[in-house]
Design a binder for this molecule. Structure first.
Ligand code: ADP
Ligand code: MG
Length: 613
């Protein structure tokens, strides 16, 4: 039903409403119109490719499947032309004059839900073809369908409520969209400006995009290709390009899934953890794509925050290009996406740990901090993250680590808890008084060297049904060992502990013979359930209340140790000197526990003892 003269049509009411918002919005990211039109062009080419498989008689069949963008800064126009499927007259009316497609519909719906106040909505939704009117005085669409029998047409509108349709001779197959820019949008007629926009949003579109005759997109959407066709160098090149990185990636996961969502993902772990090096906190930077078109370069929701060190791409065709974070439906989509990708990545790490333990250990040294954050804070992925943690232990060699799973597999039947000690390094923990009781009983103790470890252990709480327990805590009950030879008699021990309690007064809560000590004379156990020595130190560093409350500890003595036996003799013969020794022993224990705040009095006393010696 084509006619020879221009014919005027009214837009559907919803389109008028949409155009009104688009045109009058103060939205600053007007540039997304380029993304929208290029992705329409790419869709049209894709549709043509499919049509070519089944149809023989295709109009202009020799044309390359490509997209040509041209700018004219004199005429202030930008033209986006594709040799895709094109539109017949009826299709122009239906596709560009009525609201039949998902994106714009969802946009209007969100507006109805109170989104009108949010000018960002356009950026999130895209609003497809109509976004051209953010920058256009007028838009002309020249099109010829792939169907040879259908004549070409030009569709034109200034967005003010109506459009015109007119036959047009000599059109090539596909669609050519010519935008005459508004005066304040003339920058979109500049080559450099469009180049920058195309590179950002459309770098991976599979059809060639030429800007003023120059090819823009040369990097492939590697994530959509099959793994065994991709060379190592290609991955590295892609990583450097996509993540703007200079290093070689440390780990890489390339996977696809079909259910519950269609996902293609290519994730990279960089070589270094820049947060550890003291640079700023990392921003999430796995980019979200929908069929090779960028939706969001730094989406916050597709991975948990503690995986913010990952780089790469997630592409899901189940996402509308114009995804919105406002609507419930999309929220649940993102949550699903997040769950699937996170689970898959953690499973990948588990496999890495199993298959390449050395490399994994190195990865953990660099990025383990993030996994600890996940284990401590992310309830959804806690178990998986906890399994990935590694610690030194009393049974590992120097510089080697173990997992909680391995620890548990070494536990004897009678051991019910997983023990750990926090300290600055291996030799500090090994030479302290706390380890020996566990060593004597063949109990493995994990060594935690980082200041976050205690917090992590407290939050993780248990693993495989076994409680994580600080080995220096007063509550730890250990099995009896055979009574050592040459120890003080029980009655003497009772006398000595009684005397120590009186002599040391308020500074101790309890004094008793130790079931832990083997080589050290005394040890102090934390009597305060709620504040461990490490926590106390941290609070002190942060100047927090409570850190200054006087320390009260349980003092345990080793009845077999020469110093204790000597002290027993001395307390009868020279109580004054014995008192000095007792106080010094308590201070020694406090030093080992990291609880001696001020050494001045201790040094003075020590000098006195030395003078007497
Ligand atoms: P969407 O892309 O979400 O469908 P748009 O507003 O971007 O919404 O486009 C509306 C419709 O117009 C498309 O679905 C398509 O049928 C048609 N269309 C837009 N651009 C082109 C083009 N370059 N070639 C062919 N058809 C197009
Ligand atoms: Mg579109």
């Amino acid at each position: 039903m084509s006619t020879a003269t221009p014919q005027k049509f009214e837009f559907q009411a919803e389109i008028k409403q949409l155009l009104d918002i688009v045109i009058h919005s103060l939205y600053t990211e007007k540039e997304i119109f380029v993304r929208e039109l290029v992705s329409n062009a790419s869709d049209a080419l894709e549709k043509l490719r499919h049509t070519q498989i089944t149809e023989k008689d295709i109009f202009d069949d020799k044309l390359e499947l490509e997209i040509n963008v041209t700018t004219d800064d004199k005429a202030k126009t930008i033209t986006i032309q594709d040799f895709g499927i094109g539109m017949t007259r009826d299709e122009l009316v239906k596709n560009l004059g009525t609201i039949a497609h998902s994106g714009s519909k969802a946009f209007l719906q969100a507006l109805g839900e109170g989104g009108a106040k949010n000018s960002n909505l356009i950026g999130q939704f895209g609003v497809g073809f109509y976004s051209a009117f953010m920058v256009a005085k007028s838009v002309k669409v020249y099109s010829h369908s792939w169907r040879a029998a259908e004549p070409g047409h030009v569709w034109s509108s200034d967005g003010a409520g109506s459009y015109e349709l007119e036959p047009s001779e000599g059109e090539r197959r596909g669609a050519k969209i010519v935008i005459t820019l508004k005066d304040d949008c003339s920058e979109f007629a500049e080559d450099w400006k469009i180049k920058e926009i195309l590179e950002r949003y459309s770098a991976f579109v599979s059809y060639p995009i030429n800007l003023n005759g120059k090819r823009i997109n040369t990097v492939q959407a590697l994530w959509l290709r099959s793994k065994n066709e991709i060379k190592e160098e290609e991955y590295t090149e892609f990583y450097k390009f996509q993540a703007h990185a200079f290093d070689e990636p440390r780990l890489r996961l390339h996977f696809s899934a079909d259910a519950p969502l269609a996902i293609n993902a290519l994730l990279f772990v960089p070589k270094d953890n820049t947060e550890k090096l003291g640079f700023a906190r990392l921003e999430p930077s796995v980019s979200l794509y929908c069929r090779k078109v960028l939706i969001d370069a730094k989406p916050k929701d597709i991975l948990p925050e503690w995986l913010r060190f990952l780089k790469g791409v997630v592409d899901s065709e189940d996402l509308p290009l114009n995804i919105s974070r406002e609507t419930m439906q999309d929220r649940s989509l993102l949550e699903k996406l997040n769950k699937v990708i996170t689970k898959r990545f953690l499973k990948f790490l588990e496999e890495e740990a199993k298959n390449r333990p050395e490399a994994y250990a190195e990865f953990f040294r660099e990025f383990g901090h993030f996994l600890k954050e996940g284990a401590a804070l992310d309830h959804t992925h806690k178990d998986q993250a906890t399994k990935l943690l590694r610690f030194a232990s009393s049974l590992t060699e120097k510089d080697k680590t173990t997992s909680l799973t391995e620890y548990v597999s070494r536990m004897g039947a009678e051991q019910k808890e997983i023990y750990y000690l926090v300290g600055p390094n291996r030799s500090a923990i090994e030479s302290g008084p706390y380890l020996e009781a566990f060593k004597a009983r063949n109990l493995e103790v994990l060594f935690c060297y980082e200041s976050v470890d205690e917090y992590v252990m407290n939050n993780v709480r248990e693993f495989d049904g076994k409680k994580l327990t600080a080995a220096d805590h007063a509550d730890v009950k250990l099995s009896d060992l055979p009574k050592p030879e040459g120890a003080l008699a029980d009655s003497d021990v009772a006398t000595l502990t009684g005397w120590l309690k009186t002599t040391l007064g308020e500074r101790v809560a309890e004094v008793k013979a130790s079931d832990r000590l083997v080589d050290s004379p005394v040890l102090a156990l934390n009597a305060d359930k709620f504040m461990s020595p490490h926590m106390r130190r941290m609070m002190k560093a942060m100047n927090k209340d409570g850190a200054d409350s006087p320390v009260r500890v349980n003092l345990e003595i080793n009845p077999r140790h020469a110093v204790i036996k000597r002290l027993f003799e001395l307390h009868g013969s020279n109580p004054d000197r014995a008192k000095l020794v007792a106080e010094q022993l308590l201070d020694n224990a406090l030093i080992c526990a990291g609880l001696l705040d001020d050494a001045t009095a201790m040094v003075a006393r020590l000098n006195l003892i030395l003078a007497n010696a």
